[in-house]
Unconditional design. Structure first.
Length: 291
């Protein structure tokens, strides 16, 4: 359920249930001038793997967990919380007059799907030099794509599911092998029962990677920048319908489901990241329709 945090208010408060930060509101109102201070608020999924959109008075600089956050010309900004985010990250605002106000956000923990396996992890074969060189090049392309940031507005939108189907893998799920944690699942797997099913863009954006030559793990990989450091990745595609630099709109056809790369069956793996934080797509798109 979306929660709203009132950080500072001017003439009118926000008529919405949620968490009220009265202490910081008083300090911000004092700094801004109580009679004219506009609302300074945050709303979203304040939980591990979640996100929030905020609004700030003109001229405000925002930082979150010690790092600067860009603010749009209309005062809107975006932050998000990793799957393993700590419970009390600090949101800081430097007001136009230089006054700094801070708020500890309460990030709710999640009960992840954890499977305990009473045996050790299977020993892997050390990668050969050829594979290692190939993989380093693939990761370099992925990391370079994620460093790009376009002035697009998808981050403002309510996301939609790229395709409807059975959720065959859930974000955050993890296996523990005889006490040794395996890697957790970083996205949502959507299976339609067949390869070739078309899928669409969950929000507006710009294509930042379109791997026509399948990567070793991800297969044909498509990545979209939604702006403000937020991006989506779509793995194992059988076909890509867009290329790097293309501007895409929410609901636009962008590719087809497949099982390229390391996949045991046809499905779409959809993952979302904000900066280095891995996020839960279901907290952006809501419940799968019909499920």
């Amino acid at each position: 359920m979306m929660r709203r945090v009132l950080i500072a208010a001017g003439v009118a408060g926000l008529a919405c249930g949620g968490l009220w930060a009265s202490g910081i509101a008083a300090r911000a109102a004092e700094a801004l001038g109580a009679s004219s201070a506009p609302d300074f608020a945050l709303a979203g999924e304040l939980t591990q793997g979640g996100w929030a959109r905020g609004s700030a008075p003109a001229g405000t600089r925002i930082s979150f967990a010690g790092k600067d956050v860009p603010v749009a010309p209309d005062g809107r900004f975006f932050i998000a919380f990793d799957r393993d985010a700590p419970g009390k990250p600090v949101l800081s605002a430097t007001l136009a007059g230089g006054r700094v106000v801070e708020r500890e956000l309460t990030i709710a923990p999640r009960a992840w799907q954890i499977e305990h396996i009473p045996i050790g992890p299977k020993p892997g074969t050390p990668p050969n030099p050829e594979y290692q060189k190939r993989r380093e090049g693939e990761l370099a392309q992925i990391n370079a794509a994620r460093r790009t940031d376009h002035p697009v507005e998808g981050w403002r939108q309510k996301f939609i599911w790229p395709v409807h189907g059975r959720l065959s893998g859930r974000f955050g799920s993890q296996r523990i092998y005889n006490g040794t944690p395996g890697s957790y699942h970083s996205g949502m797997d959507i299976a339609t029962g067949a390869s070739g099913t078309p899928f669409v863009a969950p929000a507006d954006g710009v294509v930042i990677l379109a791997a026509e030559s399948p990567f070793s793990l991800e297969g044909r990989l498509l990545m979209i920048d939604h702006g403000m450091g937020l991006n989506s990745a779509f793995l194992h595609c059988s076909k890509l319908a867009v290329k790097v630099g293309d501007v895409v709109r929410q609901g636009q056809y962008i590719g087809n489901i497949g099982m390229t790369g390391r996949a045991t069956g046809p499905h779409l793996h959809w993952s979302i990241k904000w900066r280095d934080a891995r996020l839960d797509p279901s907290l952006f798109a809501g419940a799968m329709p019909g499920k």
